[in-house]
Write a protein that binds this ligand. Structure first.
Ligand SMILES: Cc1cc2nc3c(=O)[nH]c(=O)nc-3n(C[C@H](O)[C@H](O)[C@H](O)COP(=O)(O)O)c2cc1C
Length: 178
């Protein structure tokens, strides 16, 4: 089975996870921005990674564009965001609004912690973050939104790696002993 890791993020957190996953599974890794549309059909399964900005998955347009192909393939989704991985309701709501239902319902989903370093952000993202914080009533939440964090760690990919390996084992043809 031919697999591909494809991702879209802005400041490297999603890209880092994609690189670790590709490395661990021996799969090619591609940016959704640069991947040729006519190549998508060639793969049997996809590990799709995206970060979240203002409640939206970065990769949502690519998912819509490739919907017809993806709905017939095995898909794994990993979502990278600031919201705690334990806040399942919030994390699921991002997927629900950005991933076509036919893909979402058959995908294995993984929520991974992200990274945000204020000084690395472009002016617009920094502006949006400050606006968002200003509109947040809870003072603790407001401070948290504007505080740097980095929870990107290789160990977080382990459940995803196990899930993919389990699938590949199932689909491998039986070895013949003569
Ligand atoms: C302007 C801005 C908006 C964000 N919006 C959200 C959000 O709505 N929900 C969330 O959980 N995280 C949000 N984040 C956090 C990012 O998803 C997080 O930093 C992620 O790790 C970025 O990954 P990337 O470097 O691959 O793009 C936001 C970050 C910024 C800078």
């Amino acid at each position: 089975m031919k697999g591909l890791v494809i991702y879209k993020g802005r400041y490297g957190a999603t890209k880092q996870y994609a690189a670790w996953i590709g490395n661990e599974l021996g799969l090619p890794v591609a940016s959704a921005d640069r991947f040729p549309k006519d190549q998508v059909e060639k793969y049997d399964y996809f590990i799709i990674g995206s970060s979240v900005y203002i409640g939206k998955l970065e990769i949502r347009k690519w998912l819509k564009k490739n919907y017809k192909t993806l709905k017939n393939k095995k898909t794994f989704l990993f979502q990278v965001a600031a919201s705690p991985v334990t806040d399942i309701e919030k994390r699921e709501s991002y997927n629900a609004t950005c991933v076509p239902a036919a893909i979402l319902n058959k995908s294995k989903i993984f929520f991974l912690p992200g990274r945000m370093i204020m000084r690395n952000l472009g002016w617009f993202d920094r502006f949006m973050l400050k606006m968002g914080a200003r509109l947040t009533k809870d003072p603790e939440e407001r401070t948290r939104m504007l505080t740097d964090f980095n929870d990107v760690k290789k160990e977080h990919i382990l459940p995803l790696i196990s899930a993919v390996k389990a699938l590949i084992k199932i689909n491998e043809p039986e070895k013949e002993y003569v």
